[in-house]
Design a protein around this ligand. Structure first.
Ligand code: HEC
Ligand code: HEC
Ligand code: HEC
Length: 283
């Protein structure tokens, strides 16, 4: 699995922007060729809201809007609804925060999209039933240990929690969530981690993946391609559902993707047979 997955991710990483531009041109060739016409027609019709997902459907949705006239923040695949092209790769991002071994990256050049902005329940996590500190709002009893207990109220709100698919029964809520600061994740010392830095949480158990991610061979970055240039890093939970990593047909929490349409044929070609006869250069 690693052999297939990692080169695919590397290719995606290196050619993400190029590929997405190409893919976009194939599906929306006419529009790309005549942006002025497209803009004019868009102005005439009432704008329909276009929402696409960036990496995890249902958790990374972004609404299309214009950054400047005729220049959208994102272009979406009409086939899959996935984000294919960015008008500004840093739109909506914040500095990643301190990460060990990333001190060499100039301040503000590693940015992420905050996860907290995407979590529906987040604003409630740290208040009322869960703040665990105030006398009025403390839960009746704080858990004395981290052992699994039924969480029907939570499962009613987040169905993936009903049958938690992470760690094959060896990982439970408070291995990841802070016991008293419920709007925070937790590190190995019991100290809180921001939900905007899930890489610090995941990395405490998946150190190999954290290293690969830091080195740029796992995950995805977009933006300036020079090594210390400004980039948006996709965080772990933008791709992985932490409550469902082991579900899905391949036991990895990813459902099979619907592929994009094949690329457009070169001008003047009626079929793709030329690909079969194209000479392979001999060295
Ligand atoms: C492997 C670590 C891990 C475990 C185990 C875990 N969580 Fe989470 N949980 C997270 C992370 C990380 C997030 C933030 C998700 C994101 O960024 O999309 C989260 C988010 C949430 C949210 C907010 C969801 C939303 O959409 O607003 C709730 C509620 C929650 N967890 C409850 C629980 C409960 C209850 C359990 C135990 C039954 C549990 N979690 C187990 C890591 C974990
Ligand atoms: C407390 C330790 C712990 C934390 C924190 C943790 N994991 Fe895991 N994770 C595990 C264990 C244990 C497994 C199960 C490995 C197995 O038995 O195959 C697992 C499995 C996985 C798998 C499936 C791997 C496979 O080969 O099937 C993925 C993907 C994953 N975790 C991603 C994450 C992400 C993303 C985060 C952060 C949101 C995270 N993990 C946080 C312990 C952890
Ligand atoms: C851009 C999306 C993306 C990001 C960001 C991402 N991953 Fe992954 N991850 C994947 C894909 C795709 C796979 C391969 C899944 C498969 O093999 O089916 C994977 C696989 C994994 C696995 C299982 C590996 C195995 O051996 O099979 C773990 C564990 C994991 N990721 C953890 C992490 C952690 C920790 C982070 C953050 C530091 C992270 N991922 C960030 C997309 C991502």
């Amino acid at each position: 699995m690693k052999r297939i997955a990692i080169p695919a991710i590397v290719v995606a990483l290196l050619s993400g922007v190029l590929m997405t531009v190409l893919a976009q041109n194939t599906t929306k060739g006419a529009e790309a060729a005549a942006p002025a016409a497209a803009a004019a027609s868009a102005a005439a019709e009432p704008p329909a809201e276009v929402i696409c997902f960036e990496s995890r459907k249902g958790a990374t949705e972004v609404t299309q809007r214009e950054l400047k006239p005729g220049w959208p923040n994102v272009k979406c695949s009409p086939k899959t609804g996935a984000a294919l092209w960015y008008g500004d790769p840093y739109d909506g991002t914040v500095p990643m925060g301190k990460m060990p071994l990333m001190e060499g990256i100039p301040e503000g050049n590693a940015v992420v999209k905050p996860r907290t902005a995407k979590l529906n329940l987040y604003p409630m996590c740290g208040v009322a039933c869960h703040n665990g500190v105030g006398p009025t709002f403390s839960p009746p009893t704080l858990p004395k240990d981290k052992k699994p207990t039924a969480t029907p109220t939570m499962a009613a709100m987040v169905p993936d929690l009903a049958n938690l698919q992470h760690g094959r029964g060896r990982v439970w809520c408070l291995d990841c969530h802070h016991t008293t600061k419920r709007n925070m994740l937790v590190d190995h010392f019991g100290d809180p981690i921001s939900m905007d830095q899930p890489q610090l949480l995941c990395g405490k158990c998946h150190g190999d993946k954290l290293r690969d991610w830091r080195d740029g061979i796992h995950g995805k970055r977009i933006g300036d391609f020079t090594s210390t240039g400004k980039k948006r890093w996709f965080t772990c939970t933008e791709c992985h559902n932490p409550h469902n990593v082991q579900d899905g047909e391949r036991n990895k929490g990813f459902i099979q993707l619907e592929p994009e349409s094949p690329p457009q044929l070169p001008k003047g070609f009626t079929d793709a047979k030329f690909e079969l006869t194209h000479p392979i250069p001999q060295h």
